[in-house]
Write a protein that binds this ligand. Structure first.
Ligand code: CU
Length: 335
């Protein structure tokens, strides 16, 4: 009984110190959404539980090694113990209750993070290799940055153009896969102004690690200003429109505009150059070549690259005038 009491006290001390230690490391980034609060409560529970289980096992082990070690002159075996019904009931029932309780609070926080606010702001999220695009329906605003008002729920409707991606802003905690052919949803209520990052949390190809976008949470009036400013800037410069299209459709994840090498050839100096193709022929990079390279990328593959890397679904995505804008942008990058 004396041993039990001692072990109990040591386990309690160890649990509290491990928990305090883990807490002070700052395991989690700032809590920037209402959903983060419910999730962090769960996390807090788990940290308590692992601190306790670790202590229970390690303290009992170390204590037994010291208190029950073989003393000089002791040669006999230990006492033979044949089961203990009370203990068995205890160590079956206790974990059962803990697991049921965890399922309960898990379901509760799941409900909390999915609570629907009918006045939520809707934003359409388009994910593709390797870019994010955010569309504000009814506002005519398309952006490569996710700009949100603080203290208002945002309802994200998310679609993928190619493979599975996953929307994740660590400060908001919640995460949701984006599966081709489906619309997946996520609800977030930012509670802290500031700037964060969307990361792609599903390995999605060569530039997966760079699939990021800026998230900016503004107060209500700054957000209204931003929206108004965005919808006003319908540019009438084809080069600017082309640059925007190239950003918003992820072309610049694979094509550099500074001469450097990415997944695909650079666009600097592309227009008007002689492009050597994989079949050893040479093509003049004129408007027709550029447009057909976008619509049917595998028809003329550039030497040193493989077919099938550049997405081949652009013919369904662009109108003719948008292709002209992209060509104007590529032309502006020099001959
Ligand atoms: Cu991705």
């Amino acid at each position: 009984m004396k041993h039990m009491l001692l072990i109990g006290i040591l386990v309690a001390i160890s649990t509290i110190s491990i928990h305090t230690g883990l807490d002070s490391i700052g395991l989690l980034p700032p809590q920037a959404s209402a959903q983060a609060i419910a999730i962090d409560e769960l996390f807090e529970w788990h940290v308590w539980m692992i601190s306790f289980l670790f202590s229970l096992i390690v303290v009992t082990l170390v204590y037994s090694l010291i208190a029950f070690r073989r003393r000089r002159g002791e040669t006999g075996d230990g006492a033979h113990i044949e089961g203990h019904a009370g203990l068995e009931v205890l160590w079956t029932m206790a974990p059962l209750f803990v697991v049921v309780y965890l399922a309960f609070i898990g379901a509760q926080s799941l409900g909390e993070t999915r609570r629907v606010d009918p006045s939520a702001l809707e934003v359409d999220v388009i994910a593709g290799q390797w870019f994010w695009r955010f569309e504000y329906p009814g506002q005519g605003v398309v952006s490569t940055e996710l700009v949100l008002p603080v203290d208002r729920q945002v309802y994200l409707r998310m679609e993928s153009l190619d493979v599975i991606h996953s929307f994740w802003v660590p400060e908001f905690r919640v995460k949701q896969d984006i599966v081709p052919g489906q619309v997946t949803e996520l609800r977030i209520t930012p509670i802290m102004t500031g700037s964060y990052k969307v990361l792609c949390a599903e390995l999605c190809g060569t530039s997966h690690a760079y699939m990021e976008a800026v998230v900016i949470v503004l107060d209500e009036s700054d957000f209204a200003d931003w929206l108004a400013g965005q919808s006003a800037s319908v540019e009438d410069d084809p080069v600017a429109r082309g640059r925007r299209l190239s950003e918003q459709n992820g072309c610049l994840a694979c094509h550099s505009v500074d001469g450097s090498q990415k997944v695909g050839p650079t666009w600097t100096g592309l227009f008007g150059s002689q492009v050597r193709l994989a079949d050893d022929s040479v093509a003049l990079a004129d408007e027709n070549f550029i447009i057909s390279s976008i619509l049917d990328p595998d028809m003329q593959v550039v030497e040193g690259y493989t077919a099938g890397v550049m997405p081949s679904n652009y013919r369904d995505l662009f109108e003719e005038s948008q292709l002209d804008d992209i060509v104007a942008y590529i032309i502006s990058l020099g001959k």
